[in-house]
Ligand binder design. Sequence first.
Ligand SMILES: Cc1cc2nc3c(=O)[nH]c(=O)nc-3n(C[C@H](O)[C@H](O)[C@H](O)COP(=O)(O)OP(=O)(O)OC[C@H]3O[C@@H](n4cnc5c(N)ncnc54)[C@H](O)[C@@H]3O)c2cc1C
Length: 384
Amino acid sequence: MSIHFGLSEEQQSLRELAHDFSKNVIRPAAEHHDQTGEYPWEVLSKAHETGLLNTHIPAEYGGMELGAVDGLLIAEELAWGCTGIGTAIEANGLAQQPVIIGASDFLKRKYLAPMTEKVSMCAYAVTEPGAGSDVQGLKTTAVLQGDKWILNGQKMWITNAGVADWYFVVALTDPAKKARGGMTAFIVEKGWDGVIVGKKEKNMGQRASDTRAITFENVEVPAENVVGKIGDGWNLAMAAFDYTRPGVAAAAVGLARAAMEHAIQYSSERKTFGVPIANHQAIAFMIADMAMNIDAGRLLCWNAGYLKDQGQRNTLQSSYAKAFCADMAVKVATDAVQIFGGYGYSSEYPVEKLMRDSKIFQIYEGTSQIQRLIISRELMMRNK
Ligand SMILES: Cc1cc2nc3c(=O)[nH]c(=O)nc-3n(C[C@H](O)[C@H](O)[C@H](O)COP(=O)(O)OP(=O)(O)OC[C@H]3O[C@@H](n4cnc5c(N)ncnc54)[C@H](O)[C@@H]3O)c2cc1C
C-alpha cells in the first residue's frame, strides 16, 4: 500500500497555468471590481479562452472533464488572485454539477455544450428568502399543466443571477413529500416570461460576484427541462455539494495564502522598537499558525477531492474541508489585518479586502454550523 501527495505533471502545469492567470489577469483587475461591483466579464472571457472556466463539463459535450483534485488546484489559485472573481467562475460549476450528474442527454447538449464554445454564465437557484440552511422549507412550486410546469416563487442570494443565461432551480412538485420525492429540479432560462431578476445586492465582500433575488411568476417550463426524474430535486441539489464544497474550501485556502504572504512581507518591512515586527515572537507565531492551518486545510480539500475522483462517497470529508477552511480563512485574514495594525484597517492596503472577502466562506454552500451538523450526523450514522 502506498500513499503520496504529489501532483502529476499535468496537474503541476494546470496549477501553474491558473497561478499565472491569477497573477497576470485577476489580480490587476481585482481592486476595480471590488470598488465598482462591475461584473468581471473581461476576466471571465480570458478565463474561458485559457481553459479555466467550466472545467468539469464532460468531454462528450465538448468539455475538459477535469477531475475533482484538478478543480481544487485551479480554485485555490484563482482565489489567491481574488475570491470575488473566483466565485463568479466557480458558481458556473455549482449550477452545472447537478446537470452533469442527472440531466438528460438533450439538456446537456442544449445547456452545457454551448458553454464550452463561448463565455456564458449559469446559476444555482435553490435558496429562498425563508429557506437557506433549511432547504427543505423552500416554497417555490411547480405545477404540471399539460406538457408544461408552471413555476411560482422566489429565490434569494443567487450568485450570477443577473448575468446567467439559465438557472438550475429546485421547486416543490409534491409539497406533502418535501425532500422525500416532493422536490423537482428544472433548468429555467433567464429570458422566459415571468422570470424577474432583482437588483444586485451590496455585499460586504466578494463584490465582483453578482448576487440577486429571482422571482418566478407563472413561468412556463417545458416538461423536457426537468433535470433527472420528477422528485429528484433534493438529491441532485445536495449531490452537487460533494463536488463543489471541496472547491469552495480550496478557494478559502487560496485567500488565506494570499493574506499570509502579505503578512510575511509586511512584517519583515515594518519596524517597531528597532526591529522588524516579524522578530517579535507574538507576530512570528501568528504567521506560523497561519502556515500550519493553510497546509492542514489544503490536505483536507485534497482528501475530499481524491475520494470523489476514486468514486467514493466524500460527504463527510467535504464538510470537514468546508468548515475547517472557511473558519481558517476568516481567522488568517483577520490576523493579517492585525499584523498590519492601523494600515490593515485601511482599504489602501490589501488585507482589508481579504478580511471582508473571507466572511462569506462561513455562509454560502452551507454555513459553518450546517457543516458541523452534517459531520456529526455522518458520524452518528456510521456508529449505528
Ligand atoms: C453572497 C452569497 C452568495 C450565495 N450564493 C448562493 C447561490 O448561488 N445559490 C443558492 O442557492 N444560495 C446561495 N446563497 C445562499 C446561502 O447558501 C445561504 O445564505 C446559507 O445557506 C444560509 O442560509 P440563510 O441565509 O437563510 O441563513 P439561515 O439558514 O437563516 O441561518 C441563520 C443562522 O442560523 C444558523 N443555523 C441555521 N440552522 C441551524 C441549525 N440547524 N443548527 C445550527 N445553526 C443553524 C446558520 O448557521 C446561520 O448562522 C448565497 C448567499 C450569499 C450571502
